[in-house]
Ligand binder design. Structure first.
Ligand SMILES: *Cc1c(COP(=O)(O)O)cnc(C)c1O
Length: 377
């Protein structure tokens, strides 16, 4: 007689159930689109834009090809380019900085709060100069910074706030949605985001009608008015595909339920993981995050990742290198950013997606408690 143990595997991210929930609706509407052959623009795109704007609580949404273009074209539409500085946190996905450089402006990296890993007025002020035109508030892991404090600080210094809400579809600060608080909110709908397309997509939401018009022109070769060959700006091609708009509209209806499922999983991690071994990145009481990633801080991360992998658990690291320490961005560094640099060594992202089974989350917590070293004080 032999005892058969079935190895458990917990993937870091599994989108198959999310895809299955919208599969029939998407295939039906894709069929209609193929009958019409209206692949660029049209009703599918404007319908999603209207719904996403309403969801975010803004009058306008402009679909884009991806989140990086959403940021870059927002900067360009606001006239932020050569000679302007833009402050952003050093512990973001590289695209936040990439967009600033692509727009022709200079990225200035700010440090972050040690508990939340988000910008604060103090870390913003340490990075401001007379050339600063804007701050990009990154809603890292699905949580906004204290947006009242960030907006007040920016207003006091006469700089704009742009929200990088790529990880925060549906998050709130007070009663306002992520993306609706700054001059513009920039979203990515990369498949792994909480609201994700079946490919690349993005959007900008705003209350400003003039900015909306410039963004609509910039994403479409600078076209102005109704004439197909009247190009009022040097734009680019960054349109949202009708095929992706259909996917996004179907998924938007389920986003709140999916975010709620993530929140229950996060509660399991928070209640069951020993914080002396793996300390969850803290949330601010004034906001409601959407748990894009479930991030804990550990020491001896590589050893723990290997032990978890042996137990069938896949993990991620967001992000292993602060942006100002990366080759192409080092030239913009203005000294050490100790909190962001330490976070890069300590952060570990645990499995997190809406259909992750609660028993699997409990198993992850158990394995973390068993294998994580006690953290240095
Ligand atoms: C994903 C992401 C982006 C970029 O979005 P893409 O659609 O991949 O271009 C920008 N900022 C942050 C914080 C992101 O997580």
């Amino acid at each position: 007689m032999s005892v058969v143990t079935v190895a458990r595997t917990v993937p870091f991210l599994d989108l198959s159930s999310v895809t299955d929930e919208v599969r029939n609706r998407v295939l039906h509407r894709w069929g209609e689109l193929l009958d019409d052959n209206r692949f660029i623009g049209g009703e599918a795109v404007s319908s999603f834009e209207d719904r996403f704007a309403a969801y975010c609580g803004t009058p306008y949404a402009v679909g884009m090809a991806n989140g990086t273009d959403a940021l870059q074209l927002t900067l360009r539409a606001l006239g932020i380019g050569a000679g302007s500085e833009v402050v952003l946190p050093a512990n973001s996905f590289v695209a936040t900085a990439e967009a600033v450089v692509l727009a022709g402006a200079t990225p200035v990296f700010a440090d972050v709060d040690p508990q939340t890993l988000l910008l604060t007025p103090a870390t913003i002020e340490a990075a401001l100069t007379a050339r600063t035109q804007a701050v990009i508030a990154v809603h890292l892991y699905g949580r906004t910074p204290d947006m009242d404090a960030v907006l007040e600080c920016a207003a006091r210094h006469g700089v704009l706030v742009i929200e990088d809400a790529a990880q925060a579809q549906g998050a709130t600060w007070g009663d306002r949605r992520a993306g609706s608080m700054g001059v513009a909110g920039c979203f990515s709908f990369y498949p792994g985001k909480n609201l994700g397309a079946f490919g690349d997509a993005g959007a900008v939401v705003t209350r400003d009608p003039a900015l909306t018009e410039r963004l609509r022109a910039l994403r479409d070769h600078g076209r102005v008015g109704d004439a197909h060959y009247d190009h009022g700006y040097v734009g680019t091609n960054s349109r949202l595909d009708a095929l992706q708009a259909i996917v996004l509209e179907a998924k938007l209806e389920r986003l709140d339920a999916w975010n709620a499922a993530r929140s229950e999983l996060m509660a399991i991690y928070r209640s069951q993981i020993d914080p002396t071994r793996a300390a969850p990145v803290e949330d601010l009481p004034g906001g409601r995050g959407i748990h894009h990633l479930a991030v804990v801080r550990v020491s001896e991360r590589d050893t723990l990742r290997a032990a978890l992998a042996d137990g069938g658990i896949s993990t991620g690291v967001h992000y292993p290198i602060a942006i100002h320490r990366m080759g192409p961005y080092a030239e913009y560094a203005r000294g050490r950013l100790p909190v962001a640099e330490l976070a890069a060594r300590e952060v570990l992202s645990l499995p997190m997606y809406p259909h992750l089974h609660p028993d699997d989350a409990r198993y992850v917590a158990e394995q973390v408690n068993q294998h994580a070293a006690v953290r240095r004080p």
